[in-house]
Design a protein around this ligand. Structure first.
Ligand code: 6AU
Length: 454
């Protein structure tokens, strides 16, 4: 430990541990952020780190080395140079042109590859990388990582049958830093909080709708939560139907089961504002909100025209509208949104082949948090508790993708894994033989999954 301890103190001086309020890639909120990237600028420490890692495994038994992109790439490269084992490079996404390969470098099917990761949190991004590498016919049995945040990732990975070794665990390094008087009082408090709450519990618990209400300041966000609590439903039905009579018939039969009805008004063949008047009346009677899933995605002035004008006059009736932030934060800033209308950003879609990457999602979530009109976001991962999380792509018979390219997950997964607040269900209800029974099944599943997560 002496040697490892000395090494850790050296890298600690590079500022690899930060204390504050961070949302990790996995969506977990954490007061500690660990980033080993600065080591890449110190060749002496990079070499030392690689040698320490190589001591952990019988490295001569491996035919290839690969790092989980991007943080582990310089480490994997150094390990390759120190051990003389060839390196392969895993892409985060394929280039979309040329060979469209996910793995670059020279390799053959059946070769045994050692995988390198910097920090293990939930283990999810590591498992995604493993799937991509195994798809290429390579064999992964062993993983080496620098630090285990002790948040369940190691168990997840071991459960899938992989061997994993880590150089450090967060608990032991924090204890060591405290012993050496390298932490400020405030930082020690944070650590004590962590130890008391145990990292794993910290990750798995979700906050209740009542607690969410304290965090959401927008009146429509609060109203949606009130309806949810009163009707015990977190189900939003997506009525993607093209005739007003069909929508009204659906809503009359399922209105009691839902907290929101989502529309795409531009697909309705016989749209009229009198249809909206009828719908609004039912929504008040049966207590649910109206979402227009317009996904505004233009520059601000155009978004504004689309919101207030045209035949749909969305701003005159919708309680909630969806927006993309691809055009930047200003595109949703001056829309003259009525005070009783909330925005939901689309940070990540449920479609197969989506172009949203981690970087975009992080930026979209930041924009969402800063805009006071935004009540929440659509995403397929856990997000900051100050946002309501809406999850579409829901079906009991979850499938990788349907023929139109949406990926479906079970309501349990939305609540357990992503800590979702609301499920959005379309075809599974409106195309079923009995939408009322189907809606009750989804309402019940969504509510039970929410309660189980508390
Ligand atoms: O259950 P479905 O697949 O029949 O319907 C899902 C609904 C559709 C999509 O336009 C919408 O949810 N949707 C969204 C939303 C709500 O913005 C985002 C997304 O990522 N995936 C998705 O399907 O009306």
């Amino acid at each position: 430990m002496e040697e490892k301890e000395q090494f850790f103190l050296k890298i600690y001086n590079l500022g690899i541990i930060k204390f504050g309020d961070f949302t990790l890639k996995s969506g977990i909120i954490s007061p500690i952020y660990i980033d080993f990237r600065p080591i890449a600028s110190r060749p002496d420490l990079l070499i030392k780190l690689s040698d320490l890692l190589l001591h952990e495994v019988p490295y001569h038994t491996f035919e290839l080395i690969c790092g989980v992109p991007y943080a582990a790439l310089p480490i994997a490269t150094t390990l390759s140079l120190r051990s003389n084992i060839p390196l392969i490079i895993k892409r985060k996404e394929n280039k979309g042109y040329g060979t469209k390969r996910m793995i670059e470098g020279i390799y053959k099917k059946g070769q045994n590859c050692l995988l390198i990761e910097d920090v293990i949190t939930s283990g999810d991004s590591l498992l995604k990388t493993i799937i991509d590498i195994e798809k290429e016919g390579l064999i992964i049995k062993n993983i080496l990582s620098i630090l285990d945040r002790e948040q369940g990732g190691i168990e997840n990975i071991k459960k899938k049958g992989y061997h994993i070794r880590t150089l450090f665990c967060i608990g032991e390094v924090l204890k060591m830093l405290e012993k050496k008087h390298l932490l400020k009082k405030k930082e020690i408090h944070i650590i004590q909080f962590f130890q008391k709450n145990n990292f794993k519990n910290f990750q798995e618990k979700r906050i209740s709708y009542e607690e969410k209400k304290e965090k959401i300041s927008h009146p429509i966000g609060k109203k949606l939560l009130d309806i949810t609590l009163k009707k015990k439903t977190n189900l939003i039905v997506s009525a993607d139907l093209i005739y007003t009579t069909h929508i009204l018939k659906l809503v009359n039969s399922i209105g009691d089961k839902i907290c929101g009805l989502k529309l795409h008004v531009d697909i309705i063949n016989d749209f009229s504002l009198s249809f909206i008047t009828s719908l609004k009346k039912i929504s008040i009677e049966k207590k649910f909100l109206l979402f227009e899933d317009r996904k505004f995605c233009d520059v601000g002035p155009t978004n504004s025209l689309q919101l207030h004008h045209g035949i749909h006059k969305i701003s005159s009736w919708a309680d909630i509208i969806t927006v993309h932030v691809i055009a930047g934060s200003a595109s949703i800033q001056n829309l003259n949104v009525p005070s009783n209308m909330g925005l939901i950003t689309v940070s990540e879609m449920s479609s197969y082949g989506r172009l949203f990457d981690d970087n975009y999602i992080r930026k979209a979530l930041n924009i969402s948090l800063k805009n006071t009109k935004v009540i929440g976001t659509v995403a397929q991962r856990k997000v900051d508790d100050r946002l309501l999380l809406f999850t579409p792509g829901i079906h009991f018979s979850e499938s990788k993708k349907n023929n139109k390219g949406n990926i479906y997950i079970h309501p349990n997964q939305a609540f357990e894994k992503n800590k979702s607040d609301f499920i959005i269900v379309g075809k599974a209800i409106y195309q079923s033989n009995n939408p009322k029974i189907a809606a009750e099944k989804y309402r019940n599943a969504g509510w039970k999954a929410y309660e189980k997560g508390l």
